[in-house]
Design a protein around this ligand. Structure first.
Ligand SMILES: Cc1cc2nc3c(=O)[nH]c(=O)nc-3n(C[C@H](O)[C@H](O)[C@H](O)COP(=O)(O)OP(=O)(O)OC[C@H]3O[C@@H](n4cnc5c(N)ncnc54)[C@H](O)[C@@H]3O)c2cc1C
Length: 369
């Protein structure tokens, strides 16, 4: 099959990789600008979330479980700079909330053993795992929590995709048209026909579907995140999730991410707001004065895609045969993206999938105008 995948974030890159692995003739077009995947914090730890929606939880759980398979398929070791299960420490405002969450985690582990160890840690035990924290309360640790470097993961997926014969163009697709049989894709320099199309265009999905006469329940949300550097061996430090917006995600060689903001009213704006960034870092001062005072290396800005009910959707659009879409992955899309990409690649080959597909149908989000 000749397939064009438009959008090279986590969804498009994973779908392209698995389609190329299945022997398809795949071309991936990615504009890159604003991409959420490259800006993301990289926390993979859905089990401690208090979101009640079961459809979301089952998808996020399946996504977290799928990561080791993806790494194996990419020939990446399970402990690498791209992905590593370093564990997650979560804080709550009071001990009774933490105890409640501890019980929820134990219950969830019955069907999700990948959570690993679940331990209530004292402030001293937390400091042993993360020396620059100064907590005055207990925290909940789960060993299966991981951190992933979205940018490096995309690079690896695209590299493996190209080795499998995939074609890659860093460019904007400006137009998409259905033909008698198949689809026409246009960029500034290319006009080409394909049998099937996959749209992994994140928050920009409406731009390609509006001209085809469809409304899309997706909007952009700005996220800012700070990279700081400290002089410490941070390679195996766990991810820390304090109460509030600012999570702390350590990577190798002293690099630590702090963030991220959720700015609904800023939509697709990609400028750095220094005041918001300063406030975000200041919010962790009590938990870690050293991190709050550390040198800022960079600020990342990306655009998440949101739907009205905060759930992702993916699948074929009934009125547009051969056009598959995935969007609305919100703030947990690095967790759910790979399993969504893998599932889409399987559908294109009419293969059975683990996920219950009707739960995430695009029908409720994409309507003929
Ligand atoms: C600051 C921040 C922190 C986050 N932290 C986490 C986290 O800790 N854990 C987690 O699980 N998730 C996190 N997320 C969410 C996650 O990053 C996203 O949900 C996920 O990456 C979305 O992937 P995607 O492939 O759908 O879209 P994107 O990654 O946005 O990719 C879409 C791509 O399509 C391209 N594109 C759009 N239109 C066109 C076109 N016409 N032609 C060609 N290319 C086009 C764009 O340029 C972009 O590169 C975070 C997001 C942000 C912004």
């Amino acid at each position: 099959m000749k397939i064009a995948v438009i959008g090279g974030g986590i969804v498009g890159a994973t779908t392209s990789f698995y389609l190329a692995q299945a022997g398809d003739d795949v071309t991936l077009f990615d504009y890159k600008i604003g991409q959420a995947t490259s800006a993301a914090a990289g926390i993979i730890s859905p089990w401690l979330s208090q979101r009640r929606n079961q459809d979301w939880y089952q998808l996020a759980r399946a996504g977290a479980k799928f990561y080791p398979t993806l790494m194996t398929d990419l020939n990446v070791p399970l402990e690498s700079n791209i992905y590593q299960q370093v564990g997650t420490i979560l804080f709550k405002n009071n001990q009774s909330l933490l105890d409640k969450l501890y019980k929820i985690a134990l219950k969830r582990r019955e069907e999700a053993p990948e959570i690993g160890e679940i331990i209530l840690l004292t402030p001293a035990e937390i400091q042993e795992k993360f020396p620059v924290l100064t907590p005055n309360m207990n925290g909940l640790f789960v060993s299966g929590g991981a951190r992933v470097d979205g940018r490096q993961l995309i690079d690896q997926l695209v590299k493996s995709f190209k080795l499998l014969g995939g074609n890659y163009h860093e460019t904007l697709v400006s137009d998409l048209r259905p033909l008698q049989s198949g689809w026409l894709v246009k960029t500034k320099g290319i006009t080409k026909e394909y049998d099937k199309i996959v749209l992994g265009t994140g928050a920009w999905l409406p731009n390609l579907l509006h001209p085809l006469g469809f409304s899309v329940d997706v909007r952009g949300q700005k996220g800012q995140l700070v990279e700081v550097k400290i002089d410490a061996d941070t390679d195996n430090w766990p991810v820390v999730m304090p109460q509030g917006e600012s999570d702390i995600i350590p990577f190798a060689n002293g690099k630590i991410l702090i963030g991220a903001t959720h700015e609904n009213e800023q939509f697709y704006d990609l400028t750095v707001d220094t005041q918001i960034v300063t406030d975000m870092v200041a919010s962790i001062r009590e938990l870690s004065p050293e991190l709050a005072n550390s040198e800022h290396l960079n600020v990342r800005v990306g655009t998440r895609a949101y739907t009205s009910d905060f759930l992702p959707f993916f699948g074929e659009i009934a009125e547009l045969p051969g056009l598959f879409v995935a969007s609305g992955l919100g703030s947990s899309g690095l967790t759910t993206g790979p399993i969504i990409g893998h599932t889409m690649a399987s559908w294109l080959h009419n293969k059975e999938t683990e996920l219950k597909v009707d739960r995430y149908s695009p029908t409720n989000y994409i309507r003929k105008i």
